[in-house]
Unconditional design. Structure first.
Length: 271
């Protein structure tokens, strides 16, 4: 069994669904030789509609078992909802580096010219104190308009499976944001769910070319690079091919095989 000091020890990228592939894409660019396991809790999707207690218990339990089974050198929680709720608890339980995914409010605040920022996330994410703290620290002099857009998750999952996205579904999901007072001044939108960057083109068509779309994937990759600096990586068929695990039905992941191969994931397993 691998230990966290071995070159073949993987980085575990965890998400409720497949939105974490937007983070994996950046990680592959930053660390192309790093062995990776992509873990999707498809059986628990969607997290955004669950209570904080449900999300915390599920994420802590799953990551504890995955850490024991796969011996990762680092875990990335590539899910805003899971991170804003359970990041501290997971760090308390596991003695390996844990990188979370939180809404990219800091870079959005630096980018906006009008001072009006939209934030699209799940119901659970937008109500978290974690987000309140980010707003207070980095955007206290801005207007942050939060909107729950759970209707974007299914289209993102469908798009990865090669299914068409209905533009009206995207329009309906963000209509509430655009209806808020001062929304006409929004020039920057935070995509506070790792699923949402998968719909970047569709969202740009609705929000307009003058609105910048900001997510945290590149920053997460930089943080992982920093935490693994000086470590050796061995990513080859001789050690173990990179693979994905799902808590859901393998059949549901089969449609993603060609997409997963784009990210170097050669095999799908049940967890």
């Amino acid at each position: 069994m691998a230990t966290i000091t071995e070159a073949s020890s993987p980085i575990l990228v965890f998400d409720s669904g497949v939105g974490g592939l937007s983070v994996l894409a950046e990680l592959r660019t930053a660390l192309p030789d790093a062995p990776v396991i992509f873990a999707a809790d498809q059986a628990g999707l969607p997290y955004g509609a669950k209570s904080e207690a449900e999300v915390a218990a599920r994420v802590c339990g799953l990551l504890g078992r995955m850490a024991e089974r796969y011996r990762p050198r680092l875990i990335c929680i590539a899910c805003n909802t899971a991170s804003t709720i359970a990041l501290g608890m997971v760090r308390d339980v596991l003695e390996i580096p844990i990188v979370g995914t939180v809404p990219a409010i800091k870079p959005a605040a630096a980018l906006t010219k009008t001072g009006v920022i939209g934030l699209l996330g799940t119901e659970a994410t937008i109500r978290q104190a974690y987000v309140d703290n980010l707003e207070r620290e980095f955007a206290s002099d801005k207007l942050l308009l939060r909107h729950a857009a759970p209707g974007l998750v299914d289209p993102a999952e469908a798009k990865l499976r090669g299914q068409p996205v209905n533009p009206s579904d995207v329009e309906a999901a963000v209509a509430g944001l655009l209806a808020k007072p001062e929304a006409d001044k929004i020039d920057t939108v935070v995509l506070a769910c790792t699923h949402f960057p998968l719909l970047r083109d569709e969202l740009a068509a609705v929000l307009g070319p003058e609105v910048a779309l900001v997510d945290g994937a590149a920053g997460i990759a930089r943080r992982i690079v920093s935490l693994t600096q000086g470590q050796d990586f061995e990513r080859s068929e001789r050690s173990q091919p990179d693979f994905a695990v799902t808590t859901g039905a393998i059949e549901d992941f089969d449609a993603l095989q060609s997409e997963l191969r784009r990210y170097g994931i050669e095999e799908i397993r049940a967890f």
